[in-house]
Design a protein around this ligand. Structure first.
Ligand code: FAD
Length: 393
């Protein structure tokens, strides 16, 4: 792909005119030849003014036979056989996407002693469940998992692949996509399927100001990671189908890394799974004042979360940030305290069942998304809220 200069159509006069048309001064005329240098920004102004003396040639789109690729695959994330909820959410979405072109929903599970656990994927809508079960795959290690994933894709040829945008998914999916020379859209928040089996991968871009619609029309498979808590878990329908065992070879298990120790993270800080969350924003003036908000969270059995400025000033860990560059949450109850409701914050909370906002500014955008709004000073509202809660058994 690039600009092609047809020097046989260019004389000195024409070359000078074209050089004058380049806004970046990227052209040079030397020894009877026009050339384009590093300053070129591909604006193609020269192409338009050259009467065919400069042309722009697109890369030949790779001719992929889409009919060889079939099915919407969900990668099953699990820890020692306990399947991560994002997998079930993705199976529900995969069913919807697959229905458009009457494709099957496929599921892939990699690990050890997982075959009986993998059966559960049928109960949430998978038509075929494939299992790579081997002691060498007991714990997540990037190289063996990528080898196995690649083997699966080459053998089964799924058309679209959905992976949870978790720590595991975010490291595995790009590596496998790169091996297959296909594209990957990270952190999708919505997905659509066209009738020509092209997956429309939708995600916020430019700080959440636009929703980008990304497609992979010339390559297969189509790969994306999808945020947790974006889609709903489908209903469980018992199935008696058995998972399909895939062969693991010693070559697949080769790895340059080994696991020395596994430290299980404290569930206290994981806000993604919480049913009740209290989110503190910059309306909370000092770190000491957080005690007031924490007292409310403790009284409600809620997890503490925050907006980005409170991570930036070191009051919270990044794992507690709700929003575009933080976590997506979908609790039953979310109380936003002194949070303005910037688009980037709201992007991570829209699926919450009930949002209560406490803010002194009646015009604060958070009131546009809150189900209940309390206009007033948080330093007065929270103490009286706590007092009321004391009267509730
Ligand atoms: C690319 C990008 C990504 C971003 N990602 C995120 C993200 O993931 N998450 C995120 O949160 N932000 C994110 N931001 C930042 C975001 O744009 C906002 O700047 C931020 O969310 C504002 O935080 P806030 O609501 O706590 O503070 P402010 O906007 O300062 O709002 C404070 C609110 O508190 C109210 N208030 C003040 N005093 C009181 C009081 N005594 N009682 C009651 N209310 C009071 C005010 O009326 C105000 O509405 C991102 C920004 C960019 C550019």
């Amino acid at each position: 792909m690039g600009l092609i200069i047809h020097n046989n159509l260019i004389n000195e006069e024409k070359a000078r005119a074209l050089m004058g048309s380049c806004p970046f001064g990227a052209m040079e005329y030397k020894d009877g030849k026009l050339s384009i240098g590093m300053q070129c920004k591909m604006c193609k102004a020269c192409v338009r003014k050259s009467d065919g003396a400069i042309t722009f040639e697109e890369e030949q789109a790779s001719l992929i036979d889409k009919s060889l690729w079939n099915g919407v695959l969900v990668f099953c994330e699990h820890y020692e056989g306990h399947i991560h909820n994002v997998t079930f959410e993705l199976l529900g979405k995969a069913k919807e996407l697959a229905k458009v072109n009457d494709e099957p929903v496929l599921a892939l599970m990699i690990g050890h002693n997982i075959t009986s656990k993998a059966q559960e994927l049928y109960n949430y809508g998978a038509d075929s469940v494939y299992v790579y079960d081997d002691p060498g795959l007991k714990d997540f290690l990037i190289e063996p998992y990528a080898n196995v994933f690649e083997d699966f894709i080459k053998a089964v040829k799924p058309s679209a692949i959905l992976v949870g945008a978790t720590n595991v998914g975010r490291s595995l999916a790009p590596r496998v996509a790169a091996r297959l020379h296909t594209g990957l859209t990270a952190d999708c928040t919505s997905l659509e399927m066209t009738e020509s089996k092209d997956l429309v991968q939708i995600r916020p871009a430019f700080g959440g100001n636009i929703m980008a619609r990304i497609m992979t029309p010339n390559h297969r498979p189509q790969f994306c990671t999808v945020r947790y808590k974006i889609f709903s878990k489908p209903p469980r329908i018992e199935s008696d189908k058995k998972p399909i065992a895939m062969t693991v070879t010693p070559q697949m298990l080769a790895s340059h890394a080994r696991i020395e120790e596994i430290e299980v993270k404290s569930p206290d800080v994981d806000i993604s799974e919480a049913d009740v969350i209290v989110q503190a924003g910059r309306g909370v003036k000092t770190q000491k004042d957080l005690e007031l908000v924490e007292a409310l969270a403790a009284r409600l059995g809620a997890r503490m979360a925050c907006t980005r400025p409170l991570v930036e000033n070191g009051w919270f860990s990044a794992k507690q940030q709700i929003g575009l560059s933080g976590r997506t949450v979908k609790p039953k109850l979310l109380i936003c305290v002194g949070v303005s409701g910037a688009v980037q914050t709201v992007a991570g909370m829209k699926g919450s069942d009930c949002i209560i906002a406490i803010n002194s500014d009646p015009e604060a955008p958070i009131f546009d998304v809150a189900h209940y709004g309390l206009v007033g000073d948080l330093y007065k509202i929270i103490p009286s809220f706590l007092k009321e809660l004391d009267n509730v058994q």
